[in-house]
Design a protein around this ligand. Structure first.
Ligand code: NAD
Ligand code: UDP
Length: 338
């Protein structure tokens, strides 16, 4: 299939692009590089062993997206092109609603014009909200979010479900990611956050490589075994494989399907620090600080549906996640900037 990756130069998109190429699909990328680098696409081509058609454009620009559909016979769209910094979304809610929702509407409208009927969406475990108890199952009702970023995901899921209801030819796959970490095993592509990392693993990696002095663990008094939050960390390459399965499933199915992409195993923040130290032999200086507003104490996936329906299962361990993160960070201390 020919797959359009909106936001395909980013962290999850670039790893997915490699796995799609290796599975024999063709890849077209559109990205405005607001949170990524064209160098990522060059490395995707190197790892995937094939050329990628790429466009530097804003996915909100309907004329440009139309042109991409005119120039390429797209079978399926994967929409990664979202802004994702939770704290920034609280400060700049309109920017988040505008970008995340407008990109989704633009893609849907251009798909309709072009007769493209398959849409895979980067959703998040955040849509379960605080009302649901883990493990999260796809049949649970969406909950309420503590920030505009999360609400954009809830709203986009609803928009996509409505679009599929109105157009029986449309296939929509909502992939609810848990906590993606790690990097391609080559260490050539990985997560390259701009500025101070918001997420745990890139922060740990930057402390380990000497770019930051120490990690602050957000809260040590949660009702969990060691007092720090529990999350379901998933290797980004397993996540990428989940996208390949979803695209292939979308080829033969109609309607909306939701899949959790997680391992089903929760780890605490302190577990992650220890695992990183033991996988890499590098010490991570940390101190316990106050809780971060909006963090839930614990959540993880029930991933039985993705196993049963997509035939997808995670293969990589926490040790793999730490080792591969470190390989990427050590070989590229300044990310794609060096
Ligand atoms: P990322 O920032 O690395 O990738 C997103 C890409 O989209 C970037 O390359 C950015 O330049 C591009 N982009 C953003 N807005 C654009 C626009 N208007 N036009 C063109 N390009 C645009 O983020 P990621 O971690 O790869 O996440 C991909 C998707 O998965 C996002 O929608 C994110 O919300 C979702 N998600 C991520 C996580 C996570 O922990 N990384 C968890 C759950 C869901
Ligand atoms: N975390 C932390 N220090 C950091 C970043 C994150 O202690 O500098 C914790 C955070 O409180 C949460 C876990 O690490 O318990 C994962 O956070 P992340 O932001 O990576 O993902 P989230 O689960 O919030 O989407």
């Amino acid at each position: 299939m020919k797959v359009l990756l909106a936001g395909g130069a980013g962290y999850i998109g670039s790893h997915t692009a490699v796995q799609l190429l290796r599975a024999g699909h063709e890849v077209v990328i559109v990205d405005d590089f607001s949170n990524s680098s064209p160098e990522a696409i060059r490395r995707v081509e190197e790892l995937g062993g094939k050329k990628v058609v790429s466009y530097e454009a804003d996915v909100k620009d309907k004329e440009k997206v139309r042109q991409i559909f005119r120039e390429n016979d797209i079978d399926c769209v994967i929409h990664f092109a979202g802004l994702k910094a939770v704290g920034e979304s609280v400060r700049l809610p309109l920017k988040y609603y505008r970008n995340n929702i407008d990109t989704t509407l633009t893609l849907l409208e251009c798909m309709e014009e072009a007769g493209c009927t398959r849409f895979v969406f980067s959703s998040s475990a955040t849509v379960y909200g605080e009302e649901n108890d883990p493990p999260y199952v796809e049949t649970m009702k969406r909950g309420s979010c503590s920030n505009p970023y999360g609400w954009t995901k809830v709203m986009m899921e609803e928009i996509l479900e409505d679009a599929a209801k109105a157009n029986p030819k449309l296939t929509v796959i909502l992939l609810r990611y848990f906590n993606p970490i790690g990097a391609h095993e080559s260490g050539r592509i990985g997560e390259d956050p701009q500025g101070i990392p918001n997420n745990l693993m890139p922060y740990i990696a930057q402390v380990a490589v000497g770019r930051r002095d120490h990690l602050t663990v957000f809260g040590g008094d949660y009702p969990t075994p060691d007092g720090t939050c529990l999350r379901d960390y998933i290797h980004v390459m397993d996540l990428a494989d989940g996208h390949v399965k979803a695209v292939e499933y979308a080829e033969n199915h109609r309607g909306v399907e939701i899949f959790n992409l997680g391992t089903g195993t929760p780890y605490s923040v302190l577990d992650i620090i220890k695992a990183f130290e033991s996988a890499t032999g590098v010490k991570v200086k940390y101190e316990i600080g106050p809780r971060r507003a909006g963090d839930l104490p614990k959540f993880w996936a029930d991933s039985a549906k993705a196993q049963k329906v997509l035939g997808w299962k995670t293969k990589r361990s926490l040790e793999d996640m730490c080792r591969d993160t470190w390989k990427w960070q050590k070989n590229n201390p300044m990310g794609y900037g060096k």
